[in-house]
Write a protein that binds this ligand. Structure first.
Ligand code: NAP
Length: 279
């Protein structure tokens, strides 16, 4: 019996239980995927939950907002990816050590490749909107794939901190103010825009992270990490302008499949995990 689960807060609308249930069924494994809601300051709760992983009672644990960074303090080991990003979304026991991995970065890159499959890129210039946890994973993935990355954040200090986290790549990183006039200066050269803010997420579905009075970059693909609704206003506007665009559901599925493979050794075809209609 394989016991898997997710901790974070709030978790009521998480798609992860359905994705992992589909994975268990595809791999013919008996098991469950539970949710363990833990409030941001519930240190005792986190300690108890991680003890259950250490003792083998829980085989694998996913971690989401607001615990992705704080949980690292309790772990024995981080993979190089988790260490570089400074956040963990997947926990498991390896060689007797409680280990943290980050599958958001490879999950994003795998899904981005399927969006860009038809596109010949003569330059890799990305703009990331937002500078929180997901932006860090996306930045790491893009830098490792040879991209130059500009960060737009409403708090310049947060963008600066993100850039400072990857000193070896500083020559390929920059920041810009998150407003129409500053973004206008760089749109012509962009080949990718990633939304790593929650803007446009249900119930605020009529909001877009892209400034209203600014044309979309003419040569860019658009990747919106938000997946609820399925077609965000940002993605809809990009498609109307003839740009390739995707929401974050593919990334969610990819990161889940990669975590599931770590825990069980079973690789699941991604289409078997498309638990939301129309994906
Ligand atoms: P986070 O750590 O809270 O970061 C959010 C970022 O967006 C911060 O830079 C924040 O700035 C900025 N932001 C929030 N509201 C804003 C506004 N009104 N105007 C401008 N900037 C704003 O959250 P996260 O974990 O990075 O997640 C970001 C989004 O990605 C969420 O919608 C999440 O659901 C999605 N996500 C999707 C996947 C996937 O698999 N598809 C994975 C991870 C995350 P402040 O700090 O100033 O508020």
């Amino acid at each position: 019996m394989i016991a898997l689960g997710l901790t974070g807060f709030p978790l009521a609308h998480s798609l992860s239980p359905r994705i992992h249930q589909a994975a268990l069924e595809y791999c013919n494994l008996k098991g469950s995927y539970s949710i363990f809601p833990l409030a941001p300051d519930d240190k005792r709760g986190m300690e108890n939950l991680l003890k259950r992983v250490r003792q083998g009672e829980i085989t694998g644990l996913n971690v989401t907002i607001p615990h992705k960074q704080a949980v690292m303090a309790w772990l024995d080991e981080l993979t190089p990816t988790a260490r570089a990003i400074g956040a963990v979304n997947t926990i498991f026991m390896h060689a007797g050590k409680l280990t943290g991995e980050n599958t958001d970065a490879p999950g994003f890159m795998a899904d981005l490749r399927s969006l860009l499959v038809q596109r010949v890129l003569d330059h890799k210039d990305a703009l990331i909107l937002g500078a929180g946890g997901a932006a860090r994973a996306v930045t790491y993935a893009l830098l490792n794939d040879g991209w130059s990355v500009v960060i737009a954040a409403r708090r310049p200090g947060q963008a600066g901190a993100l850039i400072a986290q990857f000193p070896q790549y500083n020559a390929r990183m920059n920041r810009v103010d998150f407003n129409a006039s500053a973004l206008q200066e760089i749109t012509a050269d962009l080949s990718l825009v990633v939304n790593a803010t929650p803007l446009g997420m249900s119930p605020d579905i009529e909001r877009s992270p892209w400034p209203e009075n600014l044309s979309l970059p003419p040569h860019a693909a658009v990747y919106d990490l938000v997946y609820n609704p399925q077609e965000t206003l940002f993605v809809r506007n990009a498609r109307s302008a003839g740009l390739p665009a995707a929401n974050g559901l593919g990334m969610l599925i990819e990161q889940a499949a990669l975590a599931f493979e770590i825990w069980t050794g079973c690789s699941v075809p991604r289409e078997k995990l498309a638990v939301v209609e129309g994906v």
